[in-house]
Design a protein around this ligand. Structure first.
Ligand SMILES: C[S@@+](CC[C@H](N)C(=O)[O-])C[C@H]1O[C@@H](n2cnc3c(N)ncnc32)[C@H](O)[C@@H]1O
Length: 183
């Protein structure tokens, strides 16, 4: 599936649309990317979301996966990088119902009101951004929350802090992804 997605013309267009050197869901090491993709596909298949939140748009690769596998789902995605709007535009032209919000999620997502049934938390990994993003997804009672990059110390600490007190979610780990599901 990884190779199939990377072969699509939209993938190359998205990669070229944003200059950021940040890590991306389908870029980089094949084994790691395939593992991450497998978890995302499995959880999307279970959740069958109709509305999805993503923190950290970057090159729009999570939106690309969502569009390829669950074309009817809508995506609200947030990033501080203005160039990520280019990726959102390409996904919109391809038919994804996508809204891009520019700014720090500690402000933008904290002020966001709406509903979603799936969240991909993959924005800032430092300064409490991950904790803020997860708490906001919990505030909205999103039933399935995936937090990427648990191999980064601060992300792991943020998630551990959140999970030390009862919050109505259980957690399991798959590779570097924490899967939080509402109890
Ligand atoms: C790892 S990349 C996201 C990858 C993308 N989710 C994917 O699936 O390919 C992280 C992104 O988070 C953004 N970011 C970092 N801190 C942020 C913050 N405080 N608010 C919003 N976005 C932030 C960065 O600009 C970067 O584009």
């Amino acid at each position: 599936m990884l190779a199939k997605l990377r072969d699509l013309p939209l993938y190359s267009a998205l990669i070229a649309s944003v200059r950021s050197s940040e890590g991306n869901t389908l870029e980089g090491d094949d084994e790691r990317a395939a593992l991450r993709l497998g978890t995302i596909i499995r959880m999307l298949d279970i959740a069958k979301p109709s509305s999805v939140i993503e923190t950290g748009t970057n090159k729009g690769l999570f939106g690309f996966i969502l569009h390829a596998l669950h074309p009817g789902a809508s995506l609200c995605t947030f990033d501080t990088d203005p160039e990520s709007a280019n990726a959102a535009d390409l996904l919109r032209e391809a038919g994804l119902n996508i809204t891009f919000t520019l700014g720090d999620t500690r402000n933008t997502f904290s002020a966001w009101q709406g509903t979603a049934d799936f969240a991909w938390i993959d924005g800032g990994h430092w300064g409490g951004v991950c904790a803020s993003d997860i708490r906001n997804a919990m505030r909205l009672s999103v039933p399935v929350i995936l937090a990427d990059d648990m191999d980064i110390d601060e992300v792991r600490r943020d998630v551990a802090d959140i999970m030390t007190t009862p919050n109505g979610y259980r957690m399991e780990m798959e590779g570097a992804i924490a899967i939080l599901t509402r109890i």
